[in-house]
Design a protein around this ligand. Sequence first.
Ligand SMILES: [Zn+2]
Ligand SMILES: [Zn+2]
Ligand SMILES: [Zn+2]
Ligand SMILES: [Zn+2]
Length: 216
Amino acid sequence: MATKSNCYCCGKTVTKGYAKRHCLSHNYTDSDCENCALLKIEDAYDTDYWLYVDIGLKNTLRDLDGFLRNIWLECCGHMSAFYQKHHEKIPFSRKMNSFEEGSVLLYDYDFGSTTTLKITFVGQTTRKKQSQKNSVRLLLRNEPFIFKCSCGKTAEYFCNECDWDDDYPFYCKECVEKHENEVEHYPLPVVNSPRMGVCGYTGEHDTYTFNPDDYT
Ligand SMILES: [Zn+2]
Ligand SMILES: [Zn+2]
Ligand SMILES: [Zn+2]
Ligand SMILES: [Zn+2]
């Protein structure tokens, strides 16, 4: 499955191969601009979940941690950590300007049912200066996947227990009720995140759903 993404600057659809070039095409160079690190962020095991973001060079890993929790991860306030090669922990206070282009970090959210992300420093961008609150800017995000229930309708729930048992895990609204009554399983909503179905993740902090109407 080669996934495309939506551009949050212009609304276009972008393939992964053109992602960096496309992001750089939105560079802004007036006097009120700031320099940023351009990051590719992927699920470490399923790279069809991917984002491109830029973040001010003076901003820190703590800022990035907050963003990742909101868009993809936060369920019950688990611990998280960034790592460099050889599983060396990196402090949250590290600034973006301390990483070289080409650096690759790993990031774990939740040390029990862990979601692991891979973060690559792919280049630098310039953008209009942002407030600290908006220090991480979403540029590209993979389009949501459409899953079908076995009845043919669009699935709205994912059952982690079924997935573990190698049973088909996707259910529509009607079938999920039947499923819950039949077995003691607790399916979770289908979400555009590598943490779908894990722990209690429901995507409630994800306010980044792409809306094509914003660009017409
Ligand atoms: Zn664009
Ligand atoms: Zn949790
Ligand atoms: Zn189930
Ligand atoms: Zn169904």
